[in-house]
Design a protein around this ligand. Structure first.
Ligand SMILES: Cc1cc2nc3c(=O)[nH]c(=O)nc-3n(C[C@H](O)[C@H](O)[C@H](O)COP(=O)(O)OP(=O)(O)OC[C@H]3O[C@@H](n4cnc5c(N)ncnc54)[C@H](O)[C@@H]3O)c2cc1C
Ligand code: FES
Length: 283
């Protein structure tokens, strides 16, 4: 198999894809919570994606949401195609200790990142409640994989079409109020979901780890693009994280910074979709 060749590709939902890429050195080292940075082609943007799983035969699996120019271009590749490049594993692994009973919250695509974290915590002997939230039943992903990675899986949907009717924070609060004592919570997903999860766990004094996903460029602590404020100190998510103490993160600052390139990103997506439309017409 060639370097960075796509060995397997799978469509999880119309918006979410999964690829397994041949990168044996990365596969041998990556731990839960770490990520890679890849480029689709020579002129492509570098994008970070979390390692969802690795295999003994050198494959690194990532799950991506087709949200803009680069992820749409990634999704055009097929089995047998090669990525331009891929570096990793980057970031610090999630701290995995046996603390007792933990809740792992995944919001939407965040479930793909929560899955290896839940699996590692479960293998370390914790009782793990994995709470996965989705807008609606038709976009639930990885249900079977998540069920094997925890003690109890709770699927939630915003519209009540499947599982618990409501947000992951609602399910977490329900469990806490029913008497469950969580020793730690991990929240992984959209910034707003992590912010509100931390607000809830602060009320109950439950230590909470969040996985931060600010915009990254080099992923090695050089450009400063991924900086965020944690406990009043400037941190770089790519080298000091991506996991941080959620009760100390300044979420409002990260939310504002992540919107910086919105116009540029919209143009890049439009350009990519126009190119696809043009290609289809020519073909
Ligand atoms: C540590 C980390 C792990 C991540 N893991 C995953 C994952 O497993 N699966 C997944 O689908 N996404 C993940 N992301 C987000 C992913 O990197 C972005 O969705 C991707 O870069 C979007 O690029 P685009 O060109 O397709 O879309 P764009 O239109 O360029 O961007 C869409 C949105 O993605 C975010 N984004 C854009 N560029 C970057 C960048 N260079 N770094 C970080 N965020 C960016 C912004 O919030 C932006 O609004 C992760 C981000 C970080 C920082
Ligand atoms: S991505 Fe450049 S310093 Fe973190």
């Amino acid at each position: 198999m060639k370097k960075f060749e796509i060995a397997h590709k799978k469509t999880l939902t119309p918006e979410i894809g999964q690829i397994s890429v041949y990168a044996p050195l990365v596969a041998a080292k990556a731990k839960a919570g770490q990520f890679i940075i890849l480029r689709v082609d020579e002129e492509g943007e570098r994008i970070p994606l979390t390692v969802s799983s690795t295999s003994a035969d050198g494959l690194v699996t990532v799950i991506y949401q087709k949200i803009g120019g680069t992820t749409l271009a990634l999704d055009e590749l097929n089995e047998g195609d090669c990525l331009q490049d891929l570096v990793g594993p980057l970031g610090l692994p999630t701290e995995v200790e046996n603390v007792g009973r933990v809740a792992v919250l995944g919001g939407g695509l965040g479930c793909a990142i929560a899955l290896p974290v839940a699996r590692a915590l479960h293998e370390a002997g914790n009782q793990v409640d994995l709470i996965g939230g989705f807008k609606t039943k038709s976009i639930v992903i990885l249900e079977e994989e998540m069920s094997h990675a925890c003690t109890d899986l709770h699927i939630c949907t915003d519209d009540g079409t499947y599982g618990y009717h409501g947000f992951v924070t609602g399910k977490l609060e329900e469990l806490i109020k029913s008497g469950v004592k969580f020793d730690r919570v991990f929240a992984i997903g959209p910034l707003l979901m992590m912010k509100f999860a931390c607000r809830l766990t602060a009320q109950y004094n439950i230590p909470t780890t969040v996985s931060m996903n600010p915009i990254m460029i080099d992923g090695t602590g050089m450009c400063g693009c991924c900086r965020l404020t944690v406990g009043g100190e400037v941190k770089f998510a790519c080298v000091d994280g991506p996991d941080f103490d959620g009760h100390k993160v300044d979420f409002d600052e990260v939310i504002a910074r992540n919107a910086t390139y919105r116009d540029f990103e919209a143009k890049a997506k439009e350009k990519h979709l126009c190119r696809l439309g043009g290609g289809a017409m020519n073909g």
